[in-house]
Design a protein around this ligand. Structure first.
Ligand code: 13P
Length: 256
């Protein structure tokens, strides 16, 4: 049985004060749902410690939005896995579409980051998803497959257990245009089948596959109702505690 997992990706938003307030409100509103769902929030690096404090013993996990694959040294501006662990991170988002397309991060870099994160004991949230023109050209399956095959290259089945996959169609991110439940289910099932081929059936059954892209309180229940949608990675709606809590609740009520 897969326990739904909802992550809040705050992206480059909040400030010191609002990050702490948001974390406290999320903890207060979601805490009682944690027997049914796992929840994490991913603030900007500079607020990780303050947010960790604000979350206290709520049981809500702390995640970072990125990490560098080297352990330490002359890499100005980068943050290592151990640094994230040091400030209390459990999760780290890797390969988000904004890093792939804005920062030009490659599958090879993403692969190194996934390996480094797992080896350090972090739980990666590994993002994949196609561009609008790729979907229109009927390439969704091949694009997502390639991202997963290259991103997870050389990662054993044992290590792959640490990974959550987030399917985030790029055209649905921040656009208000979510994938339909059927579109999401189709890709999630394809991903699960791919994991069965790359690894084994057991891992395919266990792996959590989140959907991300304009998830809101009013579309979360229908998306969560799809058999292979195991939760969400939420951007904009994670910045309002009430909206995020409503999404968490919708996932908690997912029919088995
Ligand atoms: P939105 O929920 O704002 O569309 O963002 C999704 C996302 O990119 C989460 O990582």
């Amino acid at each position: 049985m897969r326990k739904p997992f909802i992550g809040g990706n705050w992206k480059m938003n909040t400030d010191g004060k609002s990050a702490v307030e948001l974390a406290k409100a999320v903890a207060q509103k979601c805490q009682q749902l944690l027997s049914k769902v796992d929840v994490s929030v991913c603030p900007p690096f500079v607020y990780l410690s303050a947010v960790k404090n604000a979350l206290g013993s709520s049981g809500i996990g702390l995640g970072a939005q990125d990490v560098y694959f080297e352990a330490k040294g002359a890499f100005t501006g980068e943050i290592s896995c151990q640094m994230l662990k040091d400030v209390g991170c459990k999760y780290v988002i890797i390969g988000h579409s904004e890093r792939r397309h804005v920062i030009k991060e490659t599958d090879a870099i993403i692969n190194k980051k996934l390996i480094a994160a797992i080896d350090a004991g972090l739980l990666p949230i590994f993002c994949v998803g196609e561009l609008l023109e790729e979907r229109k050209a009927g390439k969704t399956e091949s694009v997502v497959k390639e991202q997963i095959q290259k991103g997870m290259a050389g990662i054993t089945a044992q290590k792959a257990k640490a990974i959550t996959i987030a399917y985030e169609p790029v055209w649905a991110i921040g656009t208000g245009l979510n994938a339909t439940p059927q579109q999401a289910q189709e890709v999630h099932l394809m991903i699960r089948q791919l994991i069965a081929v790359m690894y084994n059936k057991e891992l395919a059954e266990q792996i959590i596959i989140q959907y991300g892209g304009s998830v809101k309180a009013d579309n979360a229940a229908e998306l969560a109702g799809q058999p292979d949608v195991d939760g969400f990675l939420v951007g904009g709606a994670s910045l309002k505690a009430d909206d995020f809590a409503a999404i968490v609740k919708a996932a908690a009520e997912k029919k088995k």
